[in-house]
Design a protein around this ligand. Sequence first.
Ligand code: ARG
Length: 231
Amino acid sequence: NQPAQPAGAKVLKVGAEATFPPFEFQDEKSKEYVGFDVDMMKAIGKQMGVEVQIVNTAFDGLIPALEGGQIDVIASAMTITDERAKKVNFSKPYYQAGLSMVVKADNDTVKTFKDLEGKRIAVQIGTTGAAQARKIKDAKVREFNSASEAYLELKAGGADAVVNDLPVNQYFLTKGGDKDAKLVGEILDAEEYGIAVTKKNTELAGKINKALDELKQNGEYAKIYEKWFGK
Ligand code: ARG
């Protein structure tokens, strides 16, 4: 997935766990990485005059990969948390998200996170959804490498709910998942996504923030938002 680049153009290696539509995923036909984060990072790269290359990385391996220098930034629908901010520098928030639950379509007992007490919950490893699930009393939390595997576990009857980011749950349901599953009413909406760089690289963080500002001003951010989420 490397675009042809002019000689001498710098490459910004962007780490993303690319099975997380609509933020980062592989287009079935072209096999290219697509999604909101991918478009946003390409637009940021354009502002900065660098080529962007997506490096598909396990979600719980993203911060280690950043620290180890295999990638330059993380753009992976990553929620800004205090714990992560001890290890990385986050850009300004670029997307307002939150957690929600998906249950089987015929489940009428789970309406709130509290209703998941003692229940089996499927999550993606290393995510805020996993952390939230672990806070629920007596819950049996099963961690999967991807959100899609967590949804499959629900479908197979191995879990009572999936706890995951609301926009990703919504996308999953509108893309056909709604035949077997549905969204539960309660939403925890105090999460914001940020682009992460290493603690050392304050210069890069500044450039990314500047580019984000420019994209908000010139309408490019709105265009990308509309493409993936509608008006
Ligand atoms: N927003 C959640 C978190 O930061 C989930 C992100 C998962 N991202 C992904 N590309 N798989 O923990």
